[in-house]
Design a protein around this ligand. Structure first.
Ligand SMILES: *[C@@H]1O[C@H](CO)[C@@H](O)[C@H](O)[C@H]1NC(C)=O
Ligand SMILES: *[C@@H]1O[C@H](CO)[C@@H](O)[C@H](O)[C@H]1NC(C)=O
Ligand SMILES: *[C@@H]1O[C@H](CO)[C@@H](O)[C@H](O)[C@H]1NC(C)=O
Ligand SMILES: *[C@@H]1O[C@H](CO)[C@@H](O)[C@H](O)[C@H]1NC(C)=O
Length: 959
């Protein structure tokens, strides 16, 4: 569900973004070719050729740049009288939804921009946007091209400060310089461009230009202003704002708070306003009731009543974007004054109450998004009002992610222009109405994650424009025959996960690209109707009760797969070599045989874990290494793989996760693993690996999780990780034969939150500087990081962690030969939850400050030589639910209080002089004294000169 929402959110964001930003800049200008009768100027042609020489043109976009007639070259326009070059348009359209990422990258021009372009003095129009002049600065000589009217350098890989020389381009009416890693030190230069109509500085860091409003105010013709994602939060005071020509203002994705906007009442021509993704906190209810306002003290926030009124007076507004702010409360009536609205986006706020009826009177509304608020009430109140004119023009309606309840009304069928309808993630019940079949323009229909029931109406088969359809997570029943799908010839994406009562067959008339049917009862046979789906790119049939062999026709479909997930079934048989792109997940099945070969260089993610594959890794990993060179995740864990870990990891430069645990691998850890410079996770646990750790592992500087537990590795714990792996968060070396002492260098792992060195042959002291492991000092946030399941042995049992690992802080040094005392410094690990120091030879006392570790849930120091009294402060460790102090030499009274008495006697046994509950011997003189008697003994202990305590003596006698 989460992923679905993500997909959807980005879809909506992109959609709105297109509405607001792209249209004008990219679509107005048509191009002039030269006049074939007038020859191109030699100097200009040569300038262009020099420019071309500096470029890298991988897709040969400039192949026509040969011969004399430069006016006929691609991207060049000449004046049809003088033949001077007046246009240079090499834009690379980054928004081409039909081109893949790779194609777009391929078509980007790279290299350097030659200053020969300065020769093109007559240039009116220059567009280099969407290319990739990586890390180049914007050439300041562009400021000399004084005839320019149109300049677009957006998203072309430029970095650094925008040159002030652009101030000389006084004829400019269109300027686009949006892009990451660009900044300005001030914006004064802009004020010279007094003819500007269109300005796009999106993503440029303008935080140093507090005069931005002042400067824009000096551009009298400005009609469109795009300042999205500019890190703006304030502006210098401007006495009078005159933006009378402004029709579009995009201030989305900045850090404005509401009070910043009281100048907006002068925006008398504004048609489009986008304030999405800011920090605006408008209590919209306040506006609703002005009499209330006078009684509110909002002065410190700089609110004013006029400011609160602001949007409702801009009656010219047609598009209002306020998505992703902090707007709370119910939708106010006053909003009704914006009767011209065609687009209203209030998604991702905290609106509550019902969806008000007055929205029904927005007769011009084309787009309404209330996605992800807290709106309740019945859905029929909005959609069921048959007199409301909102149904006339609405094309895009997103009510997803709210708490709307009730059944879908028949009136839904009136929204004849509706092309996109999201109702997912609500509490809707009952059936989908028959009238849905009337929505003949519908292209996207999401009703997933509700409690809808009944059968899927046959009328749905009339929606011949449907492209995406999601019915996942509902209670639908019956069967959807292939006949229903036979008219849905445009359907490309079908989500039908967790619809267990529904059987479904898609007809061959409809060739899906994406089919997601996780957690459906499709099996036990492999669904045969898939054979007719020849165009599938993404297929998810995880946990679909299939226990069959995969039929051979399926593998012949595989070349086109980009995403394939058949995990968590009982599919058996071996897998032929096959070709497939991006992501393959066949985990948790009964596949056997050798690992298949993959014949596709696009593979990024390959998960074959938890099957019965056997044999060696080498044929796949070594012989296929060219094909697999971009792979990022390899998970072959929980199989029967044997032989040595191959030593051919040199070319896997993108590999981030390598998970080979729970196999039968033998031999040494090969040193070429150290060439995996992108590696974040390495898990080799539960194999039969032996020998030393290779020094080369130092090169894996981004390592976050390292799990080598349960092998036969036998080296010392060199300092190899200390300084080099600052990103390490999980280090699990349990159950090996590591020896020597724990290096001080481990104290530099300041993100480390799980360290398990238990069951080795480590000796020496616990480093005092462990108290500096700062991730365990802080309370760990819920921030997630990539990991695989990590097995931790805590509270005497095995726990498998995967998702929640980010919340665990644990140190396990048990079952080694560690000596010395428990360093007092350890008690500054305030964030630690699990501490196990048992089965060592530690002596001394439990540090008095142990109660500083307030989050401690589990403490095990059993089977050591510890002595002294149990600190009274331990009774305040309120989270403690596992405690083992057994088999030491503690004495005196077990501190009273509810905490320690809640453990059984097992927690304390083997300490012969302990007394008080839960142990049965009561303490000597229990009624008269609160102080434990052996206190004197304890003090004497500290100077270390006394002989062994009684318990130690007994122990020695016994052994
Ligand atoms: C070219 O010439 C024609 C008339 O000869 C004129 O109308 C036009 O505006 C000129 N410019 C362009 C760019 O076509
Ligand atoms: C909104 O309009 C009302 C009535 O026309 C006017 O009194 C008020 O000052 C305006 N508010 C703003 C912020 O301009
Ligand atoms: C659908 O659910 C409603 C309750 O939400 C129930 O009254 C109705 O009988 C169900 N219909 C079917 C066909 O299961
Ligand atoms: C398919 O479309 C035709 C023509 O519009 C219509 O008559 C038929 O009923 C439709 N079939 C289904 C299953 O909806």
């Amino acid at each position: 569900m989460a992923t679905l929402m993500d997909v959807k959110t980005s879809f909506v964001v992109v959609l709105l973004h297109c509405f607001l930003s792209l249209a004008t800049l990219f679509c107005i200008f048509a191009f002039a070719r030269g006049n074939p009768n007038v020859p191109c100027k030699v100097r200009e042609r040569e300038a262009l050729l020099t420019f071309k020489q500096g470029l890298r043109d991988r897709s040969n976009r400039l192949s026509s740049w040969i011969g004399e007639e430069c006016c006929m070259w691609r991207g060049i326009g000449c004046d049809n009288i003088t033949a001077h070059v007046i246009q240079l348009n090499l834009r690379n359209n980054l928004y081409d939804e039909f081109a893949g990422d790779e194609a777009l990258e391929q078509s980007q021009l790279r290299g350097v921009i030659s200053d020969s372009l300065f020769e093109l003095k007559h240039l009116h129009y220059l567009d280099l946007s969407g290319n990739n002049f990586t890390h180049a600065h914007i050439p300041s000589f562009f400021g000399g091209l004084q005839n320019l009217r149109y300049l677009n350098l957006s998203f072309a890989g430029f970095v650094g400060t925008i040159p002030h020389q652009l101030a000389n381009l006084s004829n400019l009416h269109t300027l686009g310089i949006g892009g990451f890693s660009l900044q300005v030190d001030n914006l004064e230069w802009l004020s010279h461009l007094s003819l500007l109509k269109f300005l796009d500085l999106s993503y440029v860091n303008l935080s140093k230009a507090s005069n931005w409003l002042q400067v824009m105010n000096m551009l009298p013709s400005l009609s469109e202003l795009h300042l999205s994602s500019c890190e703006l939060d304030k502006y210098d005071h401007v006495p009078y704002v005159n933006f009378s020509s402004l029709t579009l203002l995009d201030l989305s994705s900045n850090n404005f708070v509401y009070s910043t906007f009281n100048w907006m009442n002068s925006l008398t021509s504004l048609v489009t306003l986008d304030l999405s993704y800011n920090l605006i906190q408008i209590p919209l209810t306040v506006v609703h009731n002005m009499s209330c306002l006078r009684n509110l003290d909002l002065s410190r926030n700089n609110f004013s009543s006029t400011a609160l009124n602001l949007f409702y007076n801009i009656t010219t507004l047609e598009r209002l974007g306020l998505a992703y702010n902090n707007i709370r409360g119910v939708l106010p009536r006053a909003l009704g004054s914006l009767s011209r609205l065609t687009h209203l986006d209030l998604s991702l706020n905290h609106l509550d109450g019902k969806i008000p009826r007055f929205l029904g009177n927005f007769c011009n509304l084309q787009l309404l998004s209330l996605f992800m608020n807290n709106l309740g009430g019945g859905v029929h109140e909005v959609l069921g009002n048959s007199s409301a004119c909102i149904s006339k023009n609405l094309e895009f309606l997103d009510l997803g992610g709210n708490r709307l309840s009730g059944t879908l009304p028949d009136e839904l069928g009136k929204y004849q222009k509706l092309s996109v309808l999201f109702l997912d993630g609500n509490l809707l019940s009952g059936p989908i109405p028959m009238s849905i079949g009337n929505l003949s323009s519908l292209r996207t229909l999401f009703v997933s994650s509700n409690q809808l029931n009944g059968t899927i109406p046959e009328s749905l088969g009339h929606l011949s424009n449907l492209e995406q359809f999601s019915i996942s997570d509902n209670l639908f029943e019956g069967s959807v025959s292939d006949v229903l799908f036979s008219n849905l010839t445009k359907l490309k994406i079908l989500y039908a996960s967790s619809t267990n009562l529904l059987t479904l067959r898609v007809s061959s008339n409809c060739q899906l690209r994406t089919l997601i049917m996780n957690s459906c009862r499709l099996g036990p046979r492999f669904p045969a109707w898939l054979q007719s789906q020849k165009d599938l790119r993404a297929l998810y049939l995880s946990n679909a009760s299939i226990s069959d062999v995969i039929p051979s026709w399926f593998w012949s479909l595989s070349p086109q797969f980009e995403w394939l997930d058949l995990s968590q079934n009982q599919i058996h048989g071996s897998i032929p070599n096959f070709s497939s792109a991006y992501s393959i997940d066949l985990s948790s099945n009964n596949f056997f045989g050798p690992l298949p070969h993959i014949f596709s260089s696009s593979i990024r993610y390959l998960d074959l874990s938890n099957n019965s594959f056997h044999g060696s890794l080498s044929p796949l990993v070594c012989e296929q290494k060219d094909k697999m060179r971009y792979v990022q995740v390899l998970d072959f864990s929980k199989n029967l793989l044997s032989g040595e870990l191959p030593d051919c990891w040199m070319n896997y430069s993108d590999l981030r996760m390598l998970i080979l645990g729970s196999n039968k691998l033998t031999g040494n850890i090969p040193s070429s693993l150290g060439s995996l410079s992108a590696l974040e996770l390495l898990s080799l646990k539960r194999n039969n690996l032996s020998g030393d750790l290779p020094m080369s592992l130092q090169n894996c500087k981004g390592l976050v999780t390292l799990d080598l537990s349960e092998n036969h590795l036998s080296s010392g714990l060199y300092i190899w990780l200390g300084n080099s792996s600052a990103s390490l968060r999980v280090l699990v070396l349990r159950s090996n034969r590591f020896h020597g002492s724990i290096p001080q260098e481990y104290c530099h792992f300041n993100l480390l939150q799980i360290i398990d060195l238990s069951h080795n042959k480590l000796s020496g002291f616990i480093p005092q500087c462990f108290g500096n492991l700062s991730a365990m000092v802080r309370q760990v946030s819920g921030e997630t990081f990539r990991t695989t399941e990590i097995i931790l042995i805590m509270k005497g049992a095995e726990y498998e962690y995967s998702q929640s690992l980010s919340l665990v802080t644990s140190m396990d040094l048990s079952s080694n030969n560690l000596i010395g005392e428990i360093p007092e410094e350890l008690t500054s690990l305030y964030g630690i939850r699990f501490l196990n120091l048992s089965h060592n030879q530690l002596h001394g006392k439990i540090p008095e400050k142990i109660s500083n570790m307030t989050l401690l849930e589990s403490l095990d120091v059993s089977t050591n030589q510890l002595k002294g009294v149990i600190p009274q402060s331990m009774a305040s460790l309120t989270f403690l639910n596992y405690l083992n102090l057994s088999h030491n030499h503690f004495f005196g009274r077990i501190p009273s209080g509810t905490q320690l008495q809640s453990f059984s006697a097992q927690s304390f046994i083997g300490n012969h002089d302990l007394c008080g509950p839960p142990l049965t011997p009561s303490c000597v003189g229990d009624d008269s004294s609160l102080e434990p008697t052996p206190n004197v003994d304890d003090e004497g202990d500290e100077n270390g000169n006394r002989g062994p305590s009684l318990n130690e003596a007994i122990l020695k006698v016994r052994s």
